[in-house]
Design a protein around this ligand. Structure first.
Ligand code: ZN
Length: 387
């Protein structure tokens, strides 16, 4: 592979101006249509076959041999503006200052999405023969916190329809240019203790659901969570607690929402079983304890093997671009990749410009140097994987 032939075709001006265009077009989850149209138009200009399915945009670049497909994936939506009054720049201005591109969705992940598209553009313009296909996927409703109950993640709709078939998928979420082999899973856990209300002056006549929950919360600290030598320990973080109505009433209900992150070997069933065991133990000492657990949303951890060809290809790509081997590791947050891995049986890696710690907060930005480097790595990755 001649990486220079591809790299010199990357349109660095368009890399910035198209990222700006995407940032200036609001696309809070559920309102991705305008940004989706821009992306679809851009893909057509690049020369891809474009399809829009449930708001998700799919682009295909066919190679000489369709045995191998590399999927390149990102999301179109953003979270809502966090602390709008505190931003020092307009979240939709997309200003460039100090070598950084500022605005909502700059790091998460409109610059990354643009870097992916301009990489495909460069590969196409270089006219290198492709021994396989490139499948570009831009999804809606990735930022699950904004999802309404009746909505489904865009990626799940595509997987249900069998539209994501690939030998590997590269997700462009902000990893600060770390090549991530995967991440932990999630099992959102909702605990409810039920008691008995009574007048606050005679608490012994009731059962205090908050006090019962306090017992449970302390006991949760004694759980031995799963461990994996590479991904580390599972975690369990109570994030929301609700209970009680007013003073002078013994509370009869208390609810806690737990952010439970899963390491390899843990899943919804193991979490449920560990909770049930804990409840049984606690009830032995306290027959008045009435507790139920619900597990409304979960996906498992994902780890891609170091031997997978896509990791070899991105290592070569990093060497081409930075003269150094790929920096390989894991990210702490979850991505659409977990679903693609599970339902399309497809190895994934996550690599993109920007830091996740700068996303979902005020004054979001991405360093332009990283956007350029990511685009170059995507381009040579496609070259190596499909050469
Ligand atoms: Zn994201």
């Amino acid at each position: 592979l001649n990486p220079t032939a591809i790299l010199e075709k990357i349109d660095k001006g368009e890399l910035i101006s198209f990222s700006q265009k995407l940032i200036r077009t609001p696309s809070v989850s559920g309102d991705e249509r305008d940004v989706g149209e821009l992306v679809a138009k851009k893909l057509s200009e690049i020369g891809l076959e474009v399809d829009v399915v449930g708001g998700n945009v799919i682009g295909k670049l066919e190679g000489n041999d369709s045995k191998r497909t590399l999927a390149i994936c990102g999301h179109l939506d953003t979270v809502a503006v966090v602390e709008p009054a505190s931003w020092t720049v307009d979240p939709y201005s997309a200003v460039v200052k100090d070598g950084k591109l500022w605005g909502l969705g700059s790091a998460d992940m409109k610059a990354g999405l643009t870097a992916q598209m301009m990489a495909i553009d460069a590969v196409k313009k270089s006219e290198m023969p492709l021994n396989g296909n490139v499948l570009f996927i831009a999804t809606v409703l990735e930022e699950e916190g904004r999802m309404k109950l009746e909505q489904r993640k865009g990626v799940i709709e595509l997987l249900d329809k069998g539209l994501i078939k690939a030998n590997a998928t590269v997700i462009g979420e902000p990893t600060n240019l770390l090549v991530s082999r995967g991440h932990k899973g999630i099992c959102n856990t909702l605990l409810t203790t039920k008691g008995k209300s009574a007048h606050g002056s005679v608490p012994d006549m009731g059962i205090n659901a908050i006090e019962k929950m306090a017992k449970v919360l302390l006991a949760l600290k004694t759980l031995k969570l799963g461990y994996h030598p590479e991904l580390g320990l599972g975690t369990l973080t109570p994030c929301i607690i609700q209970g009680g109505i007013k003073l002078s009433i013994v509370p009869d209900v208390c609810k806690v929402s737990i952010d439970r992150r899963l390491t390899v070997g843990e899943n919804k069933e193991t979490v449920q079983a560990e909770m049930e065991r804990l409840f049984t133990d606690l009830k032995r000492d306290d027959p008045d304890l009435n507790i139920v657990g619900e597990y409304p949303y979960s996906y498992e951890a994902v780890v891609t093997s170091l031997d997978d060809p896509v990791l070899k290809s991105i290592d070569l790509a990093c060497r081409d671009v930075t003269k150094k081997p790929a920096n390989i590791g894991f990210i702490p947050f979850g991505t659409d990749g977990a679903w693609i891995n599970k339902f399309a049986k497809c190895p994934i890696l996550i690599y993109g410009p920007g830091r996740v710690t700068d996303a979902h907060r005020l004054n979001e930005y991405v360093e332009l140097r990283q956007v350029e480097e990511a685009s170059m790595v995507y381009a040579t990755l496609i070259g190596h994987y499909l050469s």
